[in-house]
Design a protein around this ligand. Sequence first.
Ligand SMILES: NC(=O)c1ccc[n+]([C@@H]2O[C@H](COP(=O)([O-])OP(=O)(O)OC[C@H]3O[C@@H](n4cnc5c(N)ncnc54)[C@H](O)[C@@H]3O)[C@@H](O)[C@H]2O)c1
Length: 342
Amino acid sequence: MVKVGVAGYGVIGQRLADGVALQKDMELVGVADLAPTLSIKALKERGMPYDLYLVDGADKAKFDAAKIPYKGSFGDLIGKVDVMLDSSPGGVGAKNKELYEKAGVRAIFQGGEKNSVADVFFHGYANYEKGLGVKYLKLTSCNTTGLIRSVDCLDRKYGVDRVAITIIRRVADPGDYHRGLTNALQMDKAPSHQALDLMTIMPHVEATGILVHTPVTHGHIITVVAHGKGGKKITRDMALEAFKTHNRIRVVTIDEGFLGNASFFRYARDLGNPRGDMYEIGLWEDSIVESGDNIMYAINIPQESVTIPETMDGIRAVMKMQNDSASATAETNKYLGLGKWR
Ligand SMILES: NC(=O)c1ccc[n+]([C@@H]2O[C@H](COP(=O)([O-])OP(=O)(O)OC[C@H]3O[C@@H](n4cnc5c(N)ncnc54)[C@H](O)[C@@H]3O)[C@@H](O)[C@H]2O)c1
């Protein structure tokens, strides 16, 4: 059993902990955090299904006052695991890395860290093999994770040499107040980091794109224009066939009721998924169109949960649990129930 710890029990950390708990070949040793946040209070109210460890600087008196039990220090947790999943706020992971290095423990960082924090910038499908046995991985951000899933899907089957993307980005997660109450769209400078990140992981694809922030919380939408490798056209039928056989891409239609990003959130809740989480990206069949030699389509990114499967792949890579992407992603998918809708 590979032993795993989670640092930072926030939006991503809670979901990473749940994801590891579902992998039958991994053991979640515990989670670490700094403060008795609402997520930690909810953990306590749920009967502490995961052991809690306190990071340096945590105010123990506050945890004691809230009657939240803890097992020990961050160092205690690090000493018990093979891999740490670091989902602390962006930039904090780089500091935590010093502790991982000292303890000789592998670590996987999330998208808010700089690329330099890790040896490999990782995606479970597009470059799994590069992560084999490596000490430090960094996962792609939520948008990039979903974007690469779809571009890699076409690339693997038909070859892709150019993409252009537009990201309609949700401004905050449900429950966030730190971005204020907004009613405006905001432009980012082009090219968006997701396009640059895609080129880092898939260097044979030339990518560019624009990002527009929108005042919504239930998922991002990305439109992608892709060009087949060497001018070999990817038709609508070819794209649809590839997407329909991918276990992390749920192909839907507008007519069946998937009108937009909120439809996915509601459907995930109807499925009984904890917190309305969805591991898969949604892809609208009705959005796939040809434009000259290009193929265009739109995907929905459930930002809070989309990176969980690729992080599980990351554990498999650094621990050499499987030696190739196909078998590793298949194991992760099996435990997370990915592809069960097909
Ligand atoms: N929120 C998203 O939609 C999303 C999607 C993909 C990737 N990410 C990335 O995931 C990472 C975490 O983001 P989040 O949204 O879960 O943040 P968050 O603020 O919800 O959670 C961070 C948690 O870390 C805790 N923390 C603070 N200092 C710590 C320390 N020194 N050690 C350990 N824990 C500490 C905080 O108390 C909090 O519970 C970031 O790199 C972010 O860019 C976020």
